[in-house]
Design a protein around this ligand. Sequence first.
Ligand code: PMP
Length: 422
Amino acid sequence: MTLTELDHDAITRLHTEQQTAYADLKARGLKLDLTRGKPSAEQLDLSNALLTLPGTDYKDAAGVDCRNYGGIEGVTELRAIFAELLGVPVEQLIAGDNASLAIMHDTIAFALLKGFPESAGPWAAEKIKFICPVPGYDRHFSICEQYGIEMINVDLGEHGPDLDQVRELAKDPSVRGIWAVPTYANPSGSIYTEEVTRALVSLEAAAPDFRIFWDNAYAFHHLTETDAPVLDVLGLAAEAGHPDRVLIFASTSKITFAGAGVSFFASSPVNIAWYLGLLGKRTIGPNKINQLAHARYLGSADGVRELMAKHRAIIAPKFERAEQILHDRLDGHGVAAWTEPQGGYFISLDVVDGTATRVVQLAKEAGIVMTGAGSAFPYGKDPRDRNIRIAPTFPTLGDVEQAIDGLATCVLLAAAEQRLAG
Ligand code: PMP
């Protein structure tokens, strides 16, 4: 029976049971952390060969000495591998340093200071707004918040954002961008379909310099044997008459090393020239030694695919166990719904409205640290206080089991508390 169907006595009994379960949980003195989507040490170990590459053979295929300054667009052989994987022309893909988030930050900072090529002026000269599909990636929202870009929530479904809401908002000329994590979105696991993608690139935006921040952070991070396809979003945008609308970001953070990988930026020739012009004032060139090491280690697009299969073998069981425990503990109570992602790094758990903050607090007091409730929403505010992001990749399988089981107790206890109070 679901919680709403239980009478007062049954709720009281459930509450007492969960209080006992919670006391037992606390007594275990756990110290578990499911906060950030980080690869585990076992995953990082897969790429230890990088630590000795490129060795003393430090020239790239074109004979460039990668130890020296220059080559702002990055090492060509590595760009070629990721251009193939991302389905973009190699001339339109830049390889950078260790964080795609830094490129996202910089493109926004550059737009605020200078505007895009077709902008009337710097974005900072006006009050501007971004469309934020929710739940979403907290660090996207932090960039906007930092720079005073107003964020407007739209609902993110399994196949992408609510297009009616997006179309309506885009009629406002102060709306300049939308965040999109098109493949295995953080945290919902949503996969943007070709239909949704076509609609976004064709959108009638009032702002001529409207941009889609297409963060393909999890493009190759499959958890099943069915790979979500990488769409030719630049081609689709050009076909729709908006060739400069899309900015693509990706990185090897969850392919090789999360702190010492390589980032990528792809876009139209106009945007690439704009970006390189500004980037050239910021740096004389990226860490080409690391890029060369990556090119040698990964070898080819297939090399990346093989490596991703090894990641999957390590992390897929953690997702499966987490989902199984959620089913075993919560099915039938009507207190939660969760995603069963086909890829990426997260499970998105929705608990009873108004209880997510309480669940996260209960878990914390029992030694299970979850990402703060609301963190997947602009300004850290979940309007329904119901969403919790679960990041199962970093802990061991045993720790994932204990943490999710403990979390389930907290979900039930918080729901019973609310029903008793209400
Ligand atoms: N985008 C998304 C959607 C992410 O989830 C993450 C990492 N959590 C990043 C970007 C960060 O990427 P990078 O390490 O390349 O900065």
